[in-house]
Design a protein around this ligand. Structure first.
Ligand SMILES: [Zn+2]
Length: 344
């Protein structure tokens, strides 16, 4: 049955199922959020092999995720700066602090399985992430907000979905595969790496680390699935959380040179097809999406945004490829994905 459906109807079906599951898990989510004092955001590369929430054993909908090619961001970019300011403001209004996990990625299998956005140069990925950590800590330094805001540098090894935490000076690292799964050790490690981290943030970083320690050597170590790119879809704007790992390249729309990320993404998928890792005759599916919280003007604005993003993608990719463009909006309260039928 699934074979007969095109990619877009399949994606919509997954989104529908995800939204139902999201509603069913509302109580679990609110219990977890009640215990947390910090909203945790992950800044990462658009690469489809990075499964941060899953690798941390985090409940869907708890982590905020932001993505570009190489995870390269700058707080000075107007759209990104505004987005971060809004995210922090919303958190602070609810009496919560913020933790940004700024990431880079690499593969134990070798350089060529690393980050395309940095030309496979891991040091360049680390340097870009370290720069953003510094920027966030500079802007949200002590006393600039009622509740604490912090940022740390984290590596992701894609074959095993292992997290590597870097200390403040980027001199020492801690691998989760080498960290014992007991609360004392994890607490000690956090204190050692981040002696100046506010206690409330330490408390919320702990389950994230422990989740990844527990994942090591378990179901996610199927390196073959995550060693190589196997993505088939590009999503620009707000992520569609329903899609499985290594299926979509997701690019947030907070960067000024979005066309660069979109072109790299299209190239990666072209490579997947040429290497026979995805169906040879499949058209590239590009989905432009925008999210909204309230009905009325905010929703209509999101519709305009999604349509405009789709045209950016058209300009970036051009007609060189066989491409199917789609646009949709996402209602954040229940994660419903609403396709814009008038857009094809
Ligand atoms: Zn990457």
């Amino acid at each position: 049955m699934q074979q007969e459906l095109g990619l877009w109807p399949r994606v919509l079906q997954w989104c529908k199922e995800y939204s139902l599951l999201f509603a069913q898990r509302a109580d679990v989510r609110s219990e977890i959020l009640k215990r947390m004092c910090t909203n945790v955001a992950v800044v990462k590369c658009m690469d489809g092999r990075l499964l941060v929430a899953e690798a941390a054993g985090a409940e869907p909908g708890i982590l905020e995720v932001i993505r570009t090619a190489g995870g390269i961001f700058n707080l000075g970019w107007p759209a990104f700066g505004q987005y971060v300011a809004e995210y922090v403001r919303r958190s602070q209004e609810k009496g919560r602090g913020n933790l940004f996990l700024v990431t880079y990625h690499f593969s134990r299998s070798g350089e060529k399985f690393g980050c395309r956005g940095h030309g496979y140069d891991t040091d360049s990925g680390i340097a870009a992430a370290a720069k953003l950590v510094e920027q966030i800590r500079r802007v949200y330094r002590d006393g600039s907000c009622p509740f604490p805001v912090d940022a740390i540098l984290m590596g992701i090894e894609t074959d095993h979905q292992e997290f590597i935490f870097h200390d403040r000076d980027n001199r020492r690292t801690a691998r989760m595969s080498e960290t014992p799964d007991d609360l004392e050790s994890i607490r000690g490690l956090i204190e050692d790496l981040y002696p100046d981290m506010p206690v409330s943030i330490r408390w919320d970083l702990l389950p994230f680390m422990q989740g990844n320690i527990r994942r090591q050597g378990k179901a996610l170590d199927n390196s073959n699935t995550y060693r190589e790119h196997r993505e088939r879809v590009i999503v620009v704007g707000h992520a569609l959380a329903a899609m499985p790992g290594n299926f979509a390249i997701v690019i947030s729309d907070h960067e000024p040179k979005i066309g660069r990320s979109v072109r790299i993404a299209a190239d990666i998928i072209k490579g997947n097809r040429a290497a026979g890792r995805i169906p040879e005759d499949e058209r590239l599916l590009v989905i432009a999406s925008a999210a909204f919280w309230e009905e009325g003007a905010p929703r209509f604005l999101a519709e305009e945004r999604a349509r405009t993003l789709a045209s950016f993608c058209r300009e970036a990719i051009g007609e060189l490829e066989q491409v199917e463009y789609r646009a949709c909006v996402i209602r954040r309260s229940d994660r419903r994905v609403l396709p814009l039928e008038d857009f094809v």
